[in-house]
Ligand binder design. Structure first.
Ligand code: HEM
Length: 176
């Protein structure tokens, strides 16, 4: 419900977004027992993006063909799970008015879509020749993917911890 401000307060508080009726409606729309699906799924692309970089580094040090096969599978699953996580995040973004109205949510969306394209590139680049693809370009793409994953994940955390986006409201049985 829109807050009531006196005429004097209105002259000081002029942010139309904060006064918008939807501003506080940030609760998750797709969750299991109040835990957002998006938060559950992002763990996979995050862990795998860093692991693929690790596998490339291991190949560089050891020359063992096992590691490029690990990187091929890891990058494919990172991309697939990243896309699925992106779908759940996009549903939240479009369906929850208090998420949609915040510019920080759209910043996260743009970062995430750029990340997904790099995760897809990291996989597609290895498909024909997983071993030959690693040095130097595969390793450089996975370094970029790991860096972008760090930035996107950190920003997603800010949405939750700073703005309580996706968190359940206490008056509805949650802890936020
Ligand atoms: C492609 C579109 C994406 C959209 C629209 C999106 C949107 C969101 C939203 C709305 C939240 C707040 C929590 C929630 O409501 O579930 C969030 C949290 C988060 N997102 Fe995304 N996201 C996207 C992709 C990604 C990807 C690819 C990553 C992987 C790095 C990611 C990492 C995170 C993290 C780590 C959180 C914090 C989760 C928590 O600590 O609870 N997001 N995202």
């Amino acid at each position: 419900m829109r807050k009531k401000y006196s005429w004097r307060q209105r002259r000081r508080l002029s942010d139309p977004i904060e006064e918008h009726v939807a501003f506080s409606d940030t609760e998750t729309k797709i969750a299991i027992a109040g835990h957002p699906l998006h938060a559950m799924m992002v763990a996979f692309p995050i862990a795998l993006a860093f692991s693929v970089f690790g596998a490339d580094a291991m190949y560089w040090f050891t020359g063992d063909d096992f590691w490029p096969r690990v990187a091929l599978w890891g990058s494919g699953v990172a991309f697939g799970m990243g896309v699925l996580a992106g779908v759940t995040g996009t549903v939240e973004l479009l369906m929850a008015p208090g998420i949609r109205i915040r510019s920080a949510s759209w910043t996260h969306f743009i970062l995430a879509v750029m990340l997904l394209s790099v995760l897809g590139l990291n996989w597609g680049f290895r498909l024909d020749d997983p071993v030959g693809a690693v040095l130097p370009w595969g390793a450089m793409i996975s370094a970029l993917a790991a860096g972008m994953t760090g930035i996107t994940g950190w920003h997603g955390g800010k949405l939750v911890f700073d703005y309580h986006i996706g968190a359940q409201r206490r008056d509805k049985g949650g802890h936020a």
